[in-house]
Design a protein around this ligand. Structure first.
Ligand SMILES: Cc1cc2nc3c(=O)[nH]c(=O)nc-3n(C[C@H](O)[C@H](O)[C@H](O)COP(=O)(O)O)c2cc1C
Ligand SMILES: CCCCCCC(=O)C(=O)O
Length: 348
C-alpha cells in the first residue's frame, strides 16, 4: 500500500512495531478519553472557504524567535525515537531538516545532542524535564546549550507520569539498548518508575526564575490548558506557551487542546507565541489551529509512525504530507498567506 495520509502511516506502523512498544507510543492515560478527544475536536471542524482569491501558491513560511521555519510546524518532543527506528532522533532531525522544520528534542532522547545538532539545518529546541536533583537538570541544560540547542521547552504537566493503563497491564519496560543517552547515570527500564523516582513533583512557578538564572535561551512552557495558567506564565516572563495535554498521556479527562486554544490565545493577547499539539493529523487540522490564533503546531506520534515505516525517509514523508495538505487547504479556502488566516475560516 502506498501511504498517502498520516492515517495510512499509523496503520503501517502498528503492523510493524512490537505490540508493547506500539502501546507505549500510541497509548494515553486512563480510559484514553482525552486522547480520543484531541482528534475528535478536529473531526468536528468545518472550514468556510472564500473563492476567487488567487491563492494558488500559498506562502507558508514563518518566523519564530527570529528563525525561519519552512512551515508553522515542528516535531513535538518525544522520548526514545530509537524505539521506532535504530537511527532514532538522528533520522528525525535529518527528516525535519529536509523539509525545513524544527525539532523539539526530548530530555529522554535516544541519540546524543551533539550528533543531532551537527545533523540539523533547522532549529532544535531542548525539552526539559525538571528532576528532583536540580544539579542534574542544570547539567542537562548546560549540555544542550553547549551542543547548540536554540530554546528550552519546560514540560509543566508531568510532576509525575500519567496512569497509562496499557503500560501498566503490559508491565512495559524499555527494550535493551534504549536509554536516555544525554542523562548521566541512568539505570531505569520502566519509564513510569523512572519518572516517579526522578521527576520533581514539587515544581512551582519559581522554576522559571531558576531556569532564567542558569540559561539565556528563549524559554517556553509546555502543558498549559487554562487561560489563568497562560496569564500566569506570561507574568512569569516566558517567551512562549505550548498548549498541550501531552497527547492525552497525563490526566485523562482534561479537554482536547483545540477546545481550549482560543481562550488561551485570548488570554495571552499577543504577549508571546502560542503553540499547540495533540491530535494534529491533517493539514486542515494545522489550518484550524492557526485560524484560532496558534503561531505554529507540534506533531507527535505521526513522526514515530513515519520512522517505524521508513526511517528518515518515512518521517520526511509524514512531514511532507502535512505541508502539502496545509498548502492544499490554504489554496482551497482562498488563503494566500499565513497572515490571511483568520477565525472566520472556521464554522460550526
Ligand atoms: C511516545 C511519546 C513520548 C513522549 N515523550 C515526551 C517527552 O519526553 N517530553 C514531553 O514533554 N512530551 C512527550 N510526549 C508528548 C508530546 O510532546 C506531545 O505533547 C504529544 O505527543 C502530542 O500529541 P500527538 O502525539 O497526538 O501529536 C510524548 C508523546 C509520546 C507519544
Ligand atoms: C522520567 C521518564 C519520563 C519518560 C516519559 C516520556 C514521556 O513524556 C511520555 O509521555 O512518555
Amino acid at each position: 500500500m502506498t501511504a498517502l495520509t498520516l492515517g495510512d502511516y499509523e496503520n503501517l506502523a502498528r503492523a510493524r512495531l512490537d505490540r508493547l512498544v506500539w502501546d507505549f507510543c500510541a497509548g494515553g492515560a486512563g480510559e484514553e478519553r482525552t486522547l480520543t478527544a484531541n482528534m475528535a475536536a478536529f473531526d468536528d471542524v468545518r472550514l468556510r472557504p472564500t473563492v476567487l482569491r488567487g491563492a494558488s501558491d500559498p506562502d507558508i513560511a514563518t518566523r519564530i524567535f527570529g528563525d525561519r521555519w519552512a512551515a508553522p510546524l515542528a516535531v513535538a518532543p518525544m522520548a526514545f525515537h530509537t524505539l521506532a527506528h535504530p537511527d532514532g532522533e538522528l533520522a528525525t532531525v535529518r527528516a525535519a531538516t529536509s523539509v525545513g522544520m524544527p525539532v523539539v528534542v526530548s530530555t529522554m532522547a535516544g541519540r546524543r545532542f551533539e550528533e543531532l545538532v551537527s545533523a540539523a539545518g533547522s532549529p532544535l529546541w531542548l525539552q526539559v524535564y525538571c528532576f528532583r536533583d536540580r544539579f542534574r537538570t542544570q547539567r542537562l541544560i548546560e549540555h544542550g546549550e553547549r551542543a547548540g540547542m536554540n530554546a528550552l521547552v519546560l514540560t509543566v504537566d508531568a510532576p509525575r507520569l500519567g496512569r497509562r493503563l496499557r503500560d501498566v497491564r503490559n508491565d512495559f519496560r524499555l527494550p535493551p539498548g534504549i536509554m536516555p543517552v544525554n542523562l548521566d547515570g541512568d539505570g531505569f527500564s520502566s519509564p513510569a518508575a523512572h519518572a516517579s523516582a526522578e521527576l520533581d513533583p514539587t515544581l512551582d512557578w519559581s522554576v522559571i526564575d531558576w531556569l532564567r538564572s542558569i540559561s539565556s535561551l528563549p524559554l517556553l512552557v509546555k502543558g498549559i490548558l487554562t487561560a489563568s495558567d497562560a496569564e500566569r506564565a506570561v507574568r512569569a516572563g516566558v517567551d512562549g506557551i505550548v498548549v498541550s495535554n501531552h497527547g492525552g498521556r497525563q490526566l485523562d479527562g482534561v479537554p482536547a487542546t483545540f477546545e481550549v486554544l482560543p481562550e488561551i490565545v485570548a488570554a495571552v493577547a499577543g504577549s508571546c507565541p502560542v503553540l499547540v499539539d495533540g491530535g494534529i493529523r491533517r493539514g486542515r487540522d494545522v489550518l484550524a489551529c492557526l485560524a484560532v490564533g496558534a503561531a505554529a503546531v507540534l506533531v507527535g506520534r505521526p513522526v514515530l509512525h513515519g520512522l517505524a515505516v521508513g526511517g528518515q525517509e518515512g518521517a520526511a514523508h509524514v512531514l511532507g504530507i502535512l505541508i502539502e495538505e496545509l498548502t492544499d487547504a490554504m489554496t482551497l479556502t482562498g488563503t494566500p498567506s499565513l497572515a490571511d488566516i483568520h477565525p472566520g475560516l472556521i464554522g460550526h
